[in-house]
Design a protein around this ligand. Structure first.
Ligand code: ADP
Ligand code: AMP
Length: 217
């Protein structure tokens, strides 16, 4: 199954992608995570991307399309994958279609996590993740079962993203509404858009997504 999770920053794409990945054994492909890994590795792409990411602006289509094209060709993506944070522009969506079309393939579903802008800032500024396994948490909405210990791997080290601050949130939201939200119409017209309430509690969102996936042909 090939699935896209669509929604503004903080809508819950990463959280839900991690859960679907665990439930269904599909690879989670987050362009944000890949760009942050490139930044940490100090590659040319990573260093160029970092300046844009720190400001909350989008990285060029060419760079992210290149990263995804290379990644979905790898064997672990054969059974399917979950795209989280890609595509983010109509150009990226068209490039993805071409990539899959060349292999006689296509996306199965797009799940839009519909979100209330006013509540997203709190989600973003309270977000953190396990430094070792990447499991996502929130200061208020998703705390580890044992304080300071990752539920998944037991690590006691956590990190916060440099761009998760109130200053960049507005720029990131503007990028979403200007560049990414037109994809809702794009996928609606293709007949593969499914809308889920992203403001419900995490488990309810997961159940709603499972309901959508269970009905796919
Ligand atoms: P995105 O990948 O769309 O930017 P995340 O999945 O990282 O968003 O979620 C942002 C923050 O909000 C995280 O700290 C996460 O734990 C929390 N979160 C995700 N989904 C929900 C939800 N349904 N209710 C409350 N908090 C949530
Ligand atoms: P995310 O982890 O999805 O919130 O993305 C963090 C940042 O990485 C974004 O604010 C962008 O600067 C960059 N980024 C991630 N994915 C893309 C994409 N598909 N297109 C352009 N920029 C991206």
């Amino acid at each position: 199954m090939k699935l896209i999770l669509l929604g503004p920053p903080g809508a819950g794409k990463g959280t839900q992608a991690q859960q679907i990945s665990k439930r269904r054994g599909l690879v989670q492909l987050s362009t944000g995570d890949m760009l942050r890994a490139a930044t940490r590795a100090g590659t040319e792409i990573g260093l160029k991307a970092q300046a844009l990411m720190d400001k909350g602006e989008l990285v060029s289509d060419e760079v992210v399309v290149g990263i995804i094209a290379e990644r979905i060709g790898q064997p672990d993506c054969k059974p399917g994958f979950i795209l989280d944070g890609f595509p983010r522009t109509l150009q990226q969506a068209a490039a993805l279609d071409r990539m899959l079309d060349d292999k006689g393939d296509r996306m199965d579903a797009v799940v839009e996590l519909r979100a209330d802008y006013n509540q997203l800032v709190e989600r973003i500024v309270g977000r953190y993740a396990c430094s070792k396994c990447g499991e996502g948490y929130h200061d208020r909405f998703k705390r580890p079962k044992v304080r300071g210990v990752c539920d998944v791997c037991g690590s006691t080290e956590f990190t916060r993203r440099a761009d998760d601050n109130a200053e960049t949130v507005t720029t990131r939201m503007m990028a979403y509404y200007r560049e990414t939200s037109p994809l809702i119409g794009y996928y609606f017209c293709k007949g593969i858009l499914h809308v889920v309430d992203g403001m419900a509690p995490i488990d309810e969102v997961s159940a709603a997504i499972e309901g959508v996936l269970a009905k796919l042909p």
